[in-house]
Design a protein around this ligand. Structure first.
Ligand code: ADP
Ligand code: MG
Length: 301
């Protein structure tokens, strides 16, 4: 097969591993810088141009779209879909997953376990917003944040109010969530590919840190999932319409709660923690599905 990895940087671990795995399995793999792709959207024969030339026809693309380039990146993926190229994650599903509120609303509609969450832009009654999620301690999140930045733990209602007021002054969209204390500063990352959890790890925040992000000094280890956790992760991927994603779960004393779903999950932490060749498993999934023409939207979304 001819496979394109849409990535801004060929030197990133995940990109390198996917190239390596693809080539080892006998495929031709190119890394294409998403932001350098350009397109003529009025043409009856959709194509993507790159470096002054039209790109060849790929059988499959693997989008690795960073949060900061979602808007343009998903347009590039959509163009590939219009050309009939299979994308492991469809453009509409990536856009959907990048909107945290939309994601939570979709999962809540399907009855999936979520931390009690309120969201607001400019609430008149901050006290009521807090009361609705059970009061302090609460976690306040900036909607645009990633890698743990903009995620704050407020131990008291007074602190929570000041933080919310400060964010409101910055005109930021925020999300207020019950704090799952019993998770103990840890969460579980489940990597779902093709409707199965193919690898899972526990991430533990550094001493005195409630955020488990590896970028914030968290450490990863192997974990055994309960059947309920496995089901929850698979169901979350299905609701989001993602063939490949990382589903982050908090272990609460009322079962697994989904925190977020990531459509471009990193491979480094999870391959190291589990010793699994996750990159090859992703390529093997593409081998099985790329020619089934089960791409639902073909760029329609
Ligand atoms: P980001 O998108 O920046 O990674 P997250 O929502 O994943 O933001 O939050 C970062 C980390 O903070 C999580 O990995 C988790 O360890 C911790 N965390 C987030 N929300 C909660 C919560 N409601 N209760 C307990 N811990 C939380
Ligand atoms: Mg996170």
């Amino acid at each position: 097969m001819k496979i394109a990895i849409l990535s801004r940087n060929p030197r990133l671990y995940s990109t390198r591993r996917l190239v390596e795995a693809g080539e080892q399995l006998g495929h031709e793999v190119d890394v294409i810088d998403t932001m350098h792709c350009y397109m003529d959207i009025t043409s009856s024969n959709p194509s993507v141009r790159y470096n002054g030339q039209p790109l060849p026809k790929y059988d499959a693309v693997i989008p690795r779209i960073g949060a900061s380039v979602t808007f343009y990146g998903t347009a590039v993926v959509r163009q590939f879909e219009m050309m009939g190229t299979y994308s492991i994650n469809e453009s509409v599903a990536i856009s959907r997953s990048r909107d945290k509120l939309r994601s939570l609303q979709l999962m809540s509609r399907k009855g999936l376990g979520l931390p009690k969450t309120g969201f607001a832009h400019h609430p008149d009654k901050i006290g009521d917003l807090l009361k609705n999620v059970g009061g302090a301690p609460v976690v306040i999140k900036l909607l645009e944040g990633t890698q743990g930045i903009g995620v704050v733990l407020a131990e008291s209602n007074k602190t929570a109010e000041s933080i919310i007021e400060a964010f409101m002054g910055l005109k930021a969209n925020i999300l207020v969530q019950e704090y799952i204390k019993e998770a103990g500063g840890a969460d579980i990352r489940c990597l779902v590919v093709g409707g199965k959890v193919i690898a899972a790890m526990k991430r533990q925040g550094a001493e005195g840190e409630f955020r488990s992000n590896l970028h914030r000094g968290g450490t990863a280890s192997l974990i055994r999932l309960s059947p309920e956790e496995r089901r929850t992760a698979v169901e979350a991927a299905k609701v989001m319409g993602l063939n490949m994603c990382g589903v982050d779960i908090l272990r609460s004393n009322h079962g697994p709660l989904i925190m977020e779903v990531n459509s471009s999950p990193g491979l480094e932490g999870i391959e190291a923690a589990t010793g699994k060749d996750v990159a090859s498993m992703i390529i093997q999934h593409i081998e099985k599905t790329a020619f089934l023409s089960n791409t639902k939207t073909k760029g329609k979304g």
